[in-house]
Design a binder for this molecule. Structure first.
Ligand code: NCD
Length: 348
């Protein structure tokens, strides 16, 4: 199994299947796993707000019999004194057996992995990726639709900045016959590297602005929040903030088996009157997230501690203002297929 989980596609489809089966076992017999991580410590480094991801990772570790250290407010750690990501990670990987990191900069988890003796899990890097949310999302779809291939999925909202959307599209692109209905304001369309990934995997997709135009054709509707924290101007956010609201009335034209999903937190994208509809799966989805994180920790904790190998400097420096290389200048330039290996933006 992959040592670090930085991008969902670090897992092969077989590795994801294995985690899914393990997750099922844990859900059925949690009592068999209460000592699985006994004596192990996870470090949660949360540089950005979080409820579900941070607390579900912590609960997952505690339910496996392990312990948790870390911070959820970088202002209360040495980060406030100006400590670099590299130094924080090198220290934490002396103390812990696994590191779970969330950071506002794109590519921060990959940067952390360069200096860590222990597995690093990306719990969200800016508007880039969020692979463990995808584990919860795929589990929900597979359990309740019975398949991951041959589906029509609508992704609606802030597709530009929504990291859960980017990871989910990449993950589903590896299954045959997935049709993506990408519903967003024109200014909030998916980034180029995500579009490129769907094209390379021969997936069909449409980019539209109307939810009503497509809702009756979907097997899954994945609503997302307009990502306020990624906007540079308040007025731009205000222009988009209530772009889409799913209501019970709008659901009346949807199929009976359609799953309504959302990574949460919601603001006003799903009206509370949808919560009691049998198609509403978002709270269940968050529950699967905890069990999937147990399965992931269970497997990654098997890796021995190793001094990281130093990485050769290669490629041009990234110019994306949101890339981790902009604020941690000692990081080596890293390139894959003409793109920055941290944030996936095309290198000019
Ligand atoms: C998401 C995130 O942080 O990207 N939340 C989560 O982890 N479940 C979605 C969001 O914040 O909108």
């Amino acid at each position: 199994m992959t040592k670090h989980l930085l991008d969902f596609i670090d897992l092969t489809p077989e590795e994801f299947d294995h985690l899914y089966q393990l997750c099922e076992k844990i859900m059925k017999h949690p009592e068999r796993f209460v000592h699985a991580a006994s004596g192990k410590v996870s470090a949660s480094l949360f540089y950005e707000p979080s409820t579900r991801t941070n607390l579900s990772f912590q609960t997952a570790m505690l339910r496996l019999g392990g312990s948790v250290i870390g911070f959820s407010d970088p202002g209360a750690s040495s980060v406030a004194k100006g400590e670099s990501l590299k130094d924080t990670v090198m220290m934490m990987s002396n103390y812990a057996d696994v590191i779970v990191i969330r950071n506002p900069w794109e590519g921060a988890a990959r940067a952390a992995s360069l200096y860590s003796r222990v597995p690093v899990i990306n719990a969200g890097d800016g508007g880039h990726l969020h692979p463990t949310q995808t584990m919860a999302d795929l589990t929900t779809i597979r359990k309740h639709l019975g398949r991951l291939d041959n589906i029509d999925i609508g992704l609606c909202g802030d597709l530009k900045n929504g990291r859960t959307v980017h990871s989910l599209i990449k993950a589903l692109s590896r299954y045959p016959n997935v049709r993506f209905h990408l519903i967003s304001p024109r200014e909030l369309k998916i980034p180029d590297y995500v579009r490129k990934y769907m094209i390379e995997h021969n997936q069909k997709f449409i980019e539209i602005t109307s939810l009503e135009a497509t809702i009756d054709t979907l097997d899954v509707l994945y609503m997302t929040r307009i990502q306020k924290e990624r906007f540079t101007s308040e007025s731009e956010y205000n222009r988009h903030k209530s772009a889409y609201t799913l209501t019970r009335a709008k659901l009346s034209s949807a199929r009976n088996h359609m799953l309504v999903m959302h990574p949460l937190p919601r603001v006003d994208e799903i009206h509370v009157d949808v919560d009691d509809d049998p198609r509403a799966f978002y709270f269940q989805q968050a529950r699967y997230g905890m069990y999937m994180r147990m399965a992931l920790l269970h497997e990654l904790l098997k890796h021995p501690q190793e001094t990281p190998v130093s990485v050769a400097i290669g490629g041009s420096r990234c110019t994306n203002p949101r890339c981790i290389t902009q604020c941690e200048p000692y990081l080596p330039a890293l390139e894959h297929d003409g793109c920055c290996a941290y944030c996936d933006k095309e290198l000019k």
